[in-house]
Design a protein around this ligand. Structure first.
Ligand code: ZN
Length: 145
């Protein structure tokens, strides 16, 4: 099967995530103003709102092979289901970068409890605000030790 240029580059990025991320980080450090402008523009789009969620998601699964099969649309629909309100604290989500009310992905079965190769679908996640998510993680960490 022949891959076109776009698919090949996407595949490379998927297989070299760490490297791509460190390039991106370096670029952001060298061009803080440009990076900020691009990020803000992106975060105001629907895809950007989702990317926020995915971003924190991917960070936590690093090192453990866990698949995520839900799509951008499914996550956005889940947010729409609750009228953009966090189901735990009932506060309105905001899309401000790293704000306390930014929507984040909550895994109903925590990542630390699932076995290698577990596949998360849209049924396996809740969308909750960053504030509630971090409270939950603190609780899990404290009781887990
Ligand atoms: Zn909340």
């Amino acid at each position: 099967m022949a891959l076109n240029k776009k698919e090949t580059s996407r595949l490379w990025r998927v297989n070299n995530k760490e490297r791509v991320n460190s390039y991106a980080k370096k670029w952001r450090e060298e061009h803080p103003e440009q990076a900020k402008a691009i990020r803000e523009k992106f975060l105001n789009s629907d895809n950007g709102k989702l990317y926020n969620c995915k971003c924190s998601h991917i960070r936590r699964i690093r090192g453990k092979k866990i698949e995520q099969i839900y799509t951008a649309n499914e996550v956005l629909m889940k947010i729409a289901d609750t009228n953009g309100i966090c189901p735990i604290c009932n506060k309105q989500f905001t899309t401000e970068y790293l704000s306390l009310n930014e929507p984040t992905i909550d895994h109903i079965i925590p990542l630390s409890k699932v076995s290698e190769g577990y596949i998360y679908s849209i049924e396996d996640i809740d969308i909750i605000c960053r504030s509630c998510n971090s409270k939950k993680y603190n609780k899990v960490n404290n009781s887990g030790r």
